[in-house]
Design a binder for this molecule. Structure first.
Ligand code: NZQ
Ligand code: ZN
Length: 380
């Protein structure tokens, strides 16, 4: 196990009716900016609950943080926040609203253009932020990451700032989610776990078992929540799987991959494809490409997660990859580039971008432009 320092300061406030607790969590006298997406919270009653809970607070509202939040939109929010001198932020929405609000929280403390912060990669001088999560997927409610896009150049990069001070997770607010978003959220959570697990075995028994526990839970609840979004107990499990999948708990002392995500971000940047859908395409292709390198862990994964035993190792590895792809298919997601009409031109562009940026992803930093091309070829 590698050395690590771990601290996750986010207070989780979990369960039905817990939005009412908001007033206890935001210090008195703060000028609060509430940030929202495109309006789903007005249809499902979340907006009313938040407004009711914040009666008596001095609030400013900012609407329109889109999926895959764009710097062009966030600049407007930062300008409004500076004008109104806000000193607390409350993000109400999915990962995009929370991520966008993390950049706003840094941008409010920065003199220059906020895109400079994204390019810098991190900025920890921030206005405090809380969240009301409406979509289980990203883990943004309990981590310090954000992923920000720029329309004019079709770019999308991760950025690190501060953790939310608190996050409210009420599973009933997820009942209004479209099936496609539930599917993408399950795929995203599954792949977050795989990025931290699918490297080499024997680093930490505990991390392996926790990761496998989340994968098992997702596989168990997926068929039900794809059919019925209003199953409270199963949605509650899903919400907690998503949070625990990317809040640092399963990453203690182990190596991580993240190549699937970095390739997925390019597919979103170039084609506006939903985040979880990009991962369902890239992960099986990545496993097909790197199966020798990940051999031992693929065998462990196959046996412990999918119950694959017997036959040759080769056969078990093929089955484990096939089970993974079939799982994504069972959610109704595309698993091949052809399913979403993406072809050679995009593969070439992603290879070019990675090579130009001189990047190497994966647990050994060896997923370069050339390897990304091989992975994408195996996603056809
Ligand atoms: O905008 P509104 O109207 O609210 O609608 C949203 C949006 O259209 C809708 N929605 C959310 N909650 C709903 C709902 N509709 C009905 N009922 C509800 N309860 O769902 C749509 C998608 O929302 P979005 O926030 O974009 O989805 P998600 O949570 O999957 O976030 C995706 C973004 O997070 C980034 C992704 O790259 C992407 O930009 N990620 C952030 C990470 C992090 N911060 O650590 C890690 C992830 O790997 C990921 O990269
Ligand atoms: Zn993700």
């Amino acid at each position: 196990m590698e050395n690590f320092i771990f601290q996750n300061p986010t207070k989780l406030i979990f369960g039905k009716g817990m939005i009412a607790q908001l007033s206890k969590e935001i210090p008195e006298g703060k000028r609060v900016m509430l940030t929202f997406g495109g309006g789903s919270v007005k249809k499902n009653g979340v907006y009313e609950q938040v407004k009711e809970a914040l009666k008596g607070f001095d609030v400013v509202e900012f609407w329109g943080i889109e999926a895959n939040p764009k710097i062009e939109t966030l600049r407007k929010a930062i300008q409004l926040g500076k004008e109104k001198k806000v000193d607390f932020l409350l993000a109400v929405g999915g990962g995009s609203v929370i991520d966008g609000t993390k950049l706003i929280s840094a941008g409010l403390m920065y003199e220059g253009d906020a895109w400079e912060l994204v390019l810098k990669g991190s900025f920890r001088h921030t206005v405090p932020l809380g969240a009301v999560l409406t979509l289980p997927a990203t883990g943004s409610e309990m981590n310090s990451g954000a992923v920000i896009s720029r329309s004019e150049t079709a770019e999308k990069y991760p950025f690190y700032s501060n953790y939310p001070v608190f996050s409210v997770l009420d599973p009933t607010v997820t009942f209004s989610l479209p099936v496609y978003q539930v599917a993408c959220g399950i795929a995203d959570t599954f792949v977050h776990v795989m990025e931290q697990y699918m490297t080499v075995p024997g680093q930490s028994r505990l991390m392996d078992r926790w990761a496998e526990g989340i994968l098992h839970s997702l596989i168990e609840i997926a068929p039900e929540i794809i059919q019925h979004q209003d199953n409270y107990d199963k949605m509650a499990d899903f919400m907690l799987c998503a949070t625990m999948g990317l809040n640092g708990f399963i990453a203690l002392g182990v190596r991580q991959d993240w190549a699937t995500h970095m390739i997925g971000h390019e597919l979103t940047a170039l084609h506006d494809l939903t985040h979880g859908a990009t991962l369902a395409i890239v992960l099986p292709g990545l496993l097909r490409t790197l199966k020798e390198k990940k051999r031992a862990k693929l065998l462990q994964y196959g046996e412990r997660v999918w119950g694959i035993t017997g036959n040759s190792e080769e056969d078990r590895i093929e089955k484990a990859i096939a089970c993974t792809e079939d799982f994504f298919k069972s959610l109704g997601l595309p698993t091949r580039l052809g399913d979403v009409q993406i072809g050679e031109e995009t593969i070439k562009e992603i290879e070019r971008r990675f090579t130009e940026r001189k990047v190497g992803y994966g647990e050994d930093q060896d997923v370069t432009g050339t390897v990304a091309r091989q992975i994408l070829e195996n996603c056809k």
